[in-house]
Design a protein around this ligand. Structure first.
Ligand code: MN
Length: 349
């Protein structure tokens, strides 16, 4: 087959010679021949197919290293790899969109003050019906709401208590907006270390979830690790502020499970992240601005995993104040069998 020069090949492939040289260096598309004296690259027309594939993958933003992997696959496997790449891109974009909207809301509203008397709060835990021990912990104060769900078994309750103790040290908070997040991140690192120190060889490593809202004026800093949840009831609408760090959630994001399959999955409680476990306690952090009328709910999976979203919404919205909301939500979990410990914290702005 006749070879063509790099210039002619580049025109046919709608790529620049510079890009072709890069793809050669990366091992993505080797020229059919290289002139030993001049170093000129020559290509076979049959290599156009590969060149087009690379160009298309570049157009969807796939990194070169990943393109190399796709090029090495059979077409069916390559199609799967491209689909998986795109799911990841859309999941990342959705996560960044959420962070962006939080940031924009925060920048446009700025800091405003709120008297402490405008923040009313309550918290409680309940062992539930299925368990004789309680490894859940909850706290509510003028500047902090927090829930933690420690693993069942020895050390679980201590792990949850250690997590709450680390964030309680920040109440009352005196720092301003961005510093709130630094403080929270520091507290989480501290909690993570304290929980790792609880480890006892024979009994294994206790771990805990932690979801906490730290308030300064109308700024609300949120920290979250695990499958406890934070919700916001605003203008009658209930929004989940956190994403579960569970294995099933990861499978749903990757398109391997449907949301419906995740709900009833036997491994639905398997955590993808927790304090005291994994590489370093990696927490989600976010900053929000409270608006008068807001009602915040933090709860462990002993509530959110056993009651339907509509029932949770109705009960939370129907309560006259935080104390009643906490009591009603625990009663709601009981009416659903309460197979797990329940932790609930509610605050009204
Ligand atoms: Mn639980």
């Amino acid at each position: 087959m006749a070879l063509v020069t790099i210039g002619a090949f580049a025109r046919q492939a709608r790529l620049t010679p510079k890009a072709l040289r890069l793809y050669d260096e990366m091992g993505l598309l080797r020229p059919a021949a290289v002139d030993a004296e001049t170093g000129y690259r020559f290509y076979e027309p049959s290599q156009l197919r590969r060149a087009h594939l690379i160009a298309e993958l570049r157009r969807i933003g796939m990194p070169l290293a990943e393109i190399a992997g796709v090029c090495a696959l059979e077409p069916a496997a390559a199609a799967e790899a491209v689909t998986a790449f795109w799911r990841r891109v859309t999941a990342d974009t959705a996560a960044r969109a959420r962070l962006t909207s939080l940031l924009v809301a925060d920048l446009t509203r700025g800091t405003t003050t709120m008297p402490d008397s405008d923040f009313r709060f309550a918290a409680a835990t309940d062992p539930g019906r299925g368990r004789d021990t309680n490894e859940d912990a909850a706290y509510a104060g003028p500047h902090l709401l927090a829930v933690a769900d420690g693993t069942r078994g020895p050390g679980g309750a201590q792990a949850a208590a250690a997590a709450l103790q680390a964030v309680r040290a920040l109440d009352p908070a005196t720092a301003s907006g961005p510093d709130l997040l630094t403080l929270l991140a520091g507290a989480v690192t501290e909690a993570d270390r304290a929980i790792r120190a609880l480890a006892t060889g024979a009994q294994g490593q206790p771990v805990t979830t932690l979801t906490a809202l730290l308030r300064q004026g109308t700024r609300m800093a949120l920290v979250h690790v695990g499958d406890s949840r934070a919700y916001l009831l605003r203008n009658g609408e209930l929004t989940q502020l956190t994403q579960d760090h569970t294995w099933v959630r990861t499978q749903v994001d990757q398109g391997k499970l449907t949301p419906a399959e995740a709900v009833g999955h036997p491994e639905r409680a398997l955590l993808a992240r927790a304090l005291g476990w994994g590489p370093e306690g990696e927490a989600d952090l976010g900053l929000r601005t409270a608006v008068p009328g807001d009602r915040y709910l933090l709860c462990s999976d002993g509530l959110s995993a056993v009651v339907a979203a509509e029932a949770l919404h109705r009960t939370l919205a129907g309560a006259a104040g935080p104390e009643q909301a906490v009591a009603d939500l625990i009663a709601l979990a009981h009416s659903a069998g309460a197979p797990d410990n329940i932790a609930v914290a509610v605050a009204d702005v």
